[in-house]
Design a protein around this ligand. Sequence first.
Ligand code: TXE
Length: 502
Amino acid sequence: MLAGEAPPTPMPLATSLIAGRRVAGAGLRLPVMNPALGVEIAGLAEAGPAEVNDAVVAARHAFRTSGWPQASVEHRQAMLLKLSDAVFAAADELAQLECAALGVVMRELRERHMKRAALNFRFFAEVIGQARGEVYDQTHGYRSIVVREPVGVAALIAPWNAPVALASMKIAAALAFGNACVLKPSEQTPLALLRMVEILHEAGLPDGLVNLVNGRGAVTGQALVSHPDVDLISFTGGTATGRAIASEAGRRLKPVTMELGGKSANVIFASADLERALDAALVGIYSNNGQQCLAGSRILLERSIAHDFIDRFVARARAIRVGDPLNDRTELGPMASSAHRDRVLGFAEGARREGAELLTGGHAVPVGGAHSNGYFIAPTAILSPSPDILAVREEIFGPFASFMIFDTYDEAIELANATDFGLVAYVWSDHVPTVERAVRDLRAGVVWVNTPMMRELRAPFGGYKDSGLGREGGEACMQFYTEVKTVTWPSTPVNVKKIGTG
Ligand code: TXE
């Protein structure tokens, strides 16, 4: 250091947060990269099995001693509303941190992700205010009631594509129904979630109810999902990881929800409002940098409109502003990591080899200045002659649209369902009977008609086939995050048959 020069500021370190305190064990130190700059901006202190154990013990201790599981609904609602307000107030700070490690454009993070996160706490406060039980009195002389109780300690595993928005839903649901939890963020994007959990504590959340451990899936994640004192696991991520975690949970007989990948069909009939369908097709595949499970990544077009639709789509895709995610004019930021950029581009190359036409993109985009090492790629689209090529079958998780053309309704549905996934599907038509049939025939957990994605939190969300197990949503989360207990008693004292009286 030269005389007079300020000492270098130490890089932030994403630690664990256990019983309300930051903890950095002796585990590996991993780099956290800024994908728009291609530089390391923070470190991550990986939690090994001992630290994960401390987090689970802290959660169990809070579950037993904090009084949270027994607290009145009013008390829990008041706390959830405080947490919601605190997240809302910190939206800008959280969006900055999320943007730094994820590269989704700030505008989307501020306006969608952070609002969603704050609303998740408010939403579950409302859900528990409306919860009701069951009564059975059909058996003469008896009454049975069904009550719900918190389960215990939940392991929450979050992905990197929308860390705060997705993990906050899991935390809010676990807390609302009286549980304690341990959250493991993705090792790529630990910054905003760590700060969010800190903010929850600053807002008054009792220590130990929400703990956080940072680290890679194979180390920290594995230690968490295989911990014997974890009672249930909620996972959002890739299908291969989901299978591994579900097998672990199966061995231990622990309930799981799995929100996995998608390769969703966006079926556009000639009878659609094509202007709206075009806007929605672009948003459906290029928003959130194309890195979202509910992307409409397979766009199926009726032949009579296909040529014109593709021309207009491609012109708009080429006009998308790629660049610095902090700039409010930017529409597409960088891919989340260099490996992910290479993987996405590899699909374009592979598609060409398999006979698809590359309509646009398929290459990196040089963004100058400070961003010259960022992981930027051009919005990409291919026209595929068949549903069998790799780029049409696999979830690419990037700004990569695959077009296919159909002639008949039956062909449209066959193409739409020709996938291992079944998370969501989109259908565009103003012909009511066509819509009614498609809604019935599409094999997906959510079908959006004449609209881009519109997440109704009250309704179940989750996938058919390889897209998942279980559902998230008001009622669905109540079922997952509570144990159910049946209590039976007689209306008048029963005459118990006497045995052992000689
Ligand atoms: O996900 P992983 P990756 C899809 C998308 C993407 C692919 C791979 O197609 O390209 O999955 O992404 C943790 N025990 N989606 O590799 O590995 C991991 O540390 C416990 C779809 O990043 O599934 C991270 O916190 N945890 C998707 C989380 O699991 C483990 C969102 C997700 O990482 C673990 C993300 C283990 N053995 C990717 N292995 C969606 N549904 O939205 C990993 N993890």
